[in-house]
Design a protein around this ligand. Sequence first.
Ligand code: S5P
Length: 276
Amino acid sequence: SSPHLQTYNERAKKHANKAARALLGIMEEKQSNLSVSVDVTKSKDFFDIIEAVGPHVCLIKTHVDILEDFDATVIDRLQELSEKHKFLIFEDRKFADIGSTVVLQYSKGIYKIADWAHITNAHAVPGPSIITGLASVGIPKDRGLILLAEMSSKGALTTGSYTEDAVRMARARRDFVIGFIAQHRMEGVGASDTDNIAGEDFLVLAPGVGLDATGDAMGQQYRTPEQVVFESGCDVIIVGRGIYGKGENVDTLEVLKQVQRYQAAGWEAYKKRVQC
Ligand code: S5P
């Protein structure tokens, strides 16, 4: 049967990429298909949120370049928490340059993303060479790459043939590209009769998830976990402000309440989908 009807555990056993196997295994073990996006600018708030949500998530999504007090100790502590609470780390870097430049952006500079992020992502706009570049750094470290196939924001250009081309690019590098940022399941999208899509298992990570709001003032659009996971067949829900609000002077009890609410909603939608 198609991957979105299989359990995360079944998929964990078969996936070709180590980071994907680890993520699927954690999802099953923690009964969580929730990723929290920790988009705050102070490391105290960043770690207060991660300490509170850690036990309830499969994946922590970061934008490390927005931390005003970033230094190398941030990465050490993030890695400690990743081991303590068993979640993977996804740096939402959205690479978008030529191969030789993304090699440097992924491995060098002050962030050295490839050293600590199990998963990162890239736009498809430069063509396959962006994957070639990132894979040359990421494959030896057992990393996984997510391509942005559909964005959640109003008026996004990631539609139609762009989305199909992004999926074709991924299909050609299934050892490294483990899935998509998208709003729908993507297996078989853009495939011709001669393409070998047997065994294709792309994880779909969906941002733009909220239980209380339908959008923000800057074009973000929210759907519910039920719509995203059950109706559209996505695998991981990505939630930011729905869980921590403004993200300043974090109220950890409120964050805990919200993370449990989203974890339960995401898992219920998954169980309904796979009928178990
Ligand atoms: O299409 C996208 C892709 C991404 S990765 N739409 C998104 O919103 N994101 C990211 O998800 C965005 O960069 C932000 O970090 C998060 C959504 O945050 P929220 O507070 O709106 O849930």
